[in-house]
Design a binder for this molecule. Structure first.
Ligand code: COA
Length: 259
């Protein structure tokens, strides 16, 4: 499909989804949200794609937040209706393959929330990250108030959301908001290395492992442990489990089929 506000490109088993409004610092319009949801459905169906990387076009921004121009005049009911449509952040949360946010610059508001819904976050040493909604008299509405404290703890999440301050990538790394920071010019190659390492694994094992880890934030420990046991038992029905074990014992690389 051809999109107006995003670019989707496949490099081997890794797909890149680029937010593509660089003159507006990739601010997320409704159109862009709809297009990302449509692209996610397409990428989930495409077996050749094993890992998805989100990033921004241009040199300045990942996403500088929701498109603020669309908030002017929007009523509460308009906003309520928007939540009834397929919701971008839920769609990312439910995406079955690993999603990496490759944060190449400003990552603010809805951009930060999008990164929070991803599985891994890498950042350029030039990136600046924050939830500045409070500065325009609103609060995070794409999961920020719930996912941020789960990642960085209650106090740091409060500080970021209540002050609206932006923090540099190194500070984001220190508090666990991002997982890796790379020199700006190496961000893409280093992120691609991580994506390719994941893409080389059994896709079915990756999928179930992702589900298991994600369950840890939704479930209590007891329920989560039982869920892990179910997934672990389920993986014993797969060809890839038998192949992985045999390949190890025969001292050869495994040939995954994803079944
Ligand atoms: N929504 C709509 N447009 C945005 C935007 C957003 N969230 N963020 C940036 N833009 C637009 C600017 O209006 C400007 O457009 P223009 O050239 O037509 O005037 C363009 O992108 C470039 O932004 P500019 O502010 O000139 O760049 P800067 O380098 O001086 O500042 C930021 C960068 C990120 C500090 C600043 O753009 C900003 O504060 N953006 C809003 C961030 C925010 O509050 N996001 C959360 C929204 S809920």
């Amino acid at each position: 499909m051809v999109y107006e506000t995003i670019l989707v490109e496949q490099r081997g088993a890794v797909a890149f989804l680029r937010f593509n409004r660089p003159d507006k610092l990739n601010a997320m319009s409704s159109k862009m949200k709809d297009e990302i949801v449509a692209a996610l459905a397409e990428l989930d169906r495409n077996d050749a794609v094993r890992v998805l990387v989100f990033t921004g076009s241009g040199d300045k921004a990942f996403v500088a937040g929701a498109d603020i121009t669309e908030f002017k005049g929007r009523t509460a009911l308009d906003q309520w209706d928007l939540y009834r449509q397929p919701f971008l952040y839920d769609a990312i949360d439910r995406f079955s393959k690993p999603a990496i946010a490759m944060i190449n610059g400003y990552c603010l508001g809805g951009g930060c929330e999008l990164a929070l819904a991803c599985d891994i976050r890498t950042a350029s040493d030039r990136a600046q990250i924050g939830q500045p909604e409070i500065n325009i008299g609103i609060l995070p509405g794409g999961g920020g108030s719930q996912r941020l404290p789960r990642l960085v703890g209650l106090g740091k999440a409060m500080e970021l959301i209540l002050t609206g301050d932006r923090i540099p990538a190194t500070e984001a790394l220190r508090i666990g908001l991002v997982d890796e920071v790379f020199p700006h010019d190496q961000l893409e190659s280093k992120t691609l290395e991580i994506a390719n390492r994941i893409a080389e694994k059994s896709p079915v094992a990756v999928r179930l492992a992702k589900h298991a880890v994600k369950a840890s934030v939704r479930m209590g420990l007891e329920e989560g442990l039982r869920y892990e046991q179910s997934l672990f038992s389920l993986i014993f029905t797969t060809h890839d489990k038998e192949e992985g074990v045999r390949a190890f014992l025969e001292k050869r690389p495994p040939k995954w089929t994803g079944t």
